[in-house]
Design a protein. Structure first.
Length: 244
């Protein structure tokens, strides 16, 4: 993964990117994430990045000049870039978009907005795509950028300790993930399902698929409408419905 993050709070981004799985992936050179402070491209003594909106109204608006200069500075190396504005009005981020970003040949640039909004001329002239992580409003785009980077980065070989784990996760094959258990075998009267300690891998796989479907039917039934169910899936769903 190759991307740049433009923000006025680089410390928020850096703290996460230097930690855990993502931090190790950066150290290994598997992913390449650079962070630029937009404030460094602002003019004036106080390096202000916001100003009052024309026409009046509440809040402040992100000025266009520092963002334009920041993007133009990145482009000086000649590499092709895809500029992404993180905004509530954008297309909602999902696993399919994460996979698309992981295959993107251009270097991604995430603009983390702040204040009441961002000058429209940034969107018109610089932005290639607008992305949202959900139908709610955050104080800034930093969290959204980290969510996307995390979701995309883990798709690259070598980022996760067990490469097979990402293949069986929620949204990889459609339904939600199956229930997980670890030691102790019994905890406060709650026991691990017998099938998981049976050693019968075929039955374990069947149980996991069935429980994933059960959880999806209970919590996110609309997900099942997006995938093509196999004969086994249909049989398992019938069993679940009979049990209910």
């Amino acid at each position: 993964m190759r991307c740049d993050v433009l923000t006025i709070f680089p410390e928020l981004i850096g703290a996460y990117l230097d930690t855990g799985i993502i931090g190790k992936a950066r150290q290994k050179g598997i992913i390449d994430v650079s962070v630029s402070n937009i404030r460094e491209f602002a003019s004036g003594k106080h390096k202000e990045t916001d100003d009052y909106p024309f026409g009046g109204g509440p809040g402040m608006v992100f000025k266009p000049e520092p963002i334009f200069k920041a993007v133009e500075k990145l482009r000086e190396d000649g590499r092709a870039r895809k500029v992404i504005l993180l905004t509530p009005q954008g297309r909602v981020f999902d696993q399919a978009m994460a996979e698309a970003f992981s295959k993107e040949e251009k270097r991604l640039v995430f603009i983390c907005g702040r204040y009441e909004g961002i000058d429209e001329r940034v969107r018109i002239s610089l932005v290639d795509e607008e992305v949202s992580i959900g139908d709610y409003v955050l104080t800034g785009g930093e969290l959204a950028a980290l969510v996307i980077i995390d979701a995309v980065a883990r798709l690259f070989s070598g980022v996760l300790g067990d490469e097979s784990s990402k293949e069986a996760e929620s949204f990889s094959w459609g339904p939600l993930d199956y229930p997980h258990y670890t030691r102790p075998r019994e905890f406060r009267g709650l026991e691990v399902p017998e099938v998981l300690i049976s050693g019968n891998h075929k039955e374990i796989e069947r149980w996991r698929r069935k429980e994933a479907l059960r959880k999806t039917l209970e919590m996110r039934p609309e997900l099942l409408e997006r995938i093509k169910l196999g004969e086994l899936d249909k049989k398992l769903i019938s069993e679940i419905e009979e049990e209910q």
